[in-house]
Structure formats: C-alpha cells, structure tokens
Design a protein around this ligand. Sequence first.
Ligand code: TYD
Length: 206
Amino acid sequence: MPPPPGRFITFEGIDGAGKSTHLPALAQRLGRDGAAVLQTREPGGTPLGEAVRDWVLHRPMDALTEALLVFAARREHLRGVIEPALSRGETVVCDRFTDASFAYQGAGRGLALDHLAALESWVQQGLQPDLTFWFDLDPAQAARRRAAARDADRFEREEVEFFERVRAGYAARAAAAPRRFVRIDSAVEPSSVAAQLESALQARGW
Ligand code: TYD
C-alpha cells in the first residue's frame, strides 16, 4: 500500500523535557498555509484511549499489562483517528507514540524489545511517523523542572535512574532511525528550542 498523503509528526522525550510547551505552537505553524492540522496524544486520542491513559498513569499494574494497554489504545487511535486524518491529507501532530513504548516500557521497565517490536508491527502494519522530534534533556534537570509542576503520575514519580534508562532508550531509537528523528536540545531557553523546530521544518521544505 502506498503511504497515506498526510504528514505524521510525533513529539517525544522524558517527562519534564518541555515538549508540551512547544506542541501547540508547532501545530499552529504547520497550519499557517491553510493545511488542516490534527493535534492529538498518546495514550489517548479516542474515548477508549483516554480511559486507558487514566489507568496507565494512575493505577499500579504489571509492566507487560502496561505495554499491552498502550498498544491496544494505539490501535484504536490509529484506526479511528490517525489513519483517517492522514488519508484525508491532514497533518497529524501527536504528543508521544511508539518510541515512548520502547523508551518507557522497554528501556525504562525492562521489557524485551523484540516483544515490543512484534506489537509495533502487529498494530502499525508498517506505518511510522514521518518526523519525530526528540526533546532531549538531562534527567536531573528535567526532575527540577517537574518539581515545580502539578501532582505527579506513576511515571513522573520514578527515580532519576529510570529516566536515565528512558533517555538511553530514546537515543537508541534515534540511532536506529536517523532520518525520522530530530534531536532537540531542550536545555536551552524556549525561543532557542522553537528555532531548532523551525529549522527542522525548513530543512524538509515544510
Ligand atoms: P505525558 O505525555 O508526559 O503527558 P503530561 O504532560 O500530561 O504528563 O504523559 C504520558 C506518560 O505516559 C509519560 O510519562 C510516558 C507514558 N507513556 C508510556 O509509558 N508509554 C507509551 O507508549 C506512551 C505513549 C506514554
């Protein structure tokens, strides 16, 4: 099957790296020329996905259960929202996607990467984002930023060592897909982060 005509862009990074600050502005920027832009998130993006998000973020569970739930929600999100939007030629901007499963459930929780890869191909059937912005920040600095934020969920309460592993998980995914990934240095001020995003879009002629 040919790839769908729309663009699929994902935002990734450890908690506190700052992606949520920049995602709405990027969505607006991509719609500047009148293009339809759909902004969504994972886990979430559908009624079922939002219910799963609530469970995964707040209820204690086994790591494999957690992975199966995020992939089940992803299937629903792809079928019900992402694929139809891409088929209509829309730009989809998604706050986290499968790289988060490899980073958090794989590298962070220690699940076997080949099991996650099997779920990935089963659920996505070859569909991958066209571009992934990886907001990269030192976990200690991210923890300081998170300390100022609202009530922590199950992931945000993890130790700095957990986020060291998650960061390494993202680095491995980025190394394996260098054309898809753009690493964003998130240690700098927001205007410099925005400039990095803009230059990645311009490099693609977007
Ligand atoms: P996040 O995207 O950081 O939202 P918020 O800014 O509201 O906290 O939170 C989602 C959490 O879900 C994040 O800690 C990572 C986790 N997650 C996984 O563990 N696996 C996944 O596959 C996805 C999509 C998210």
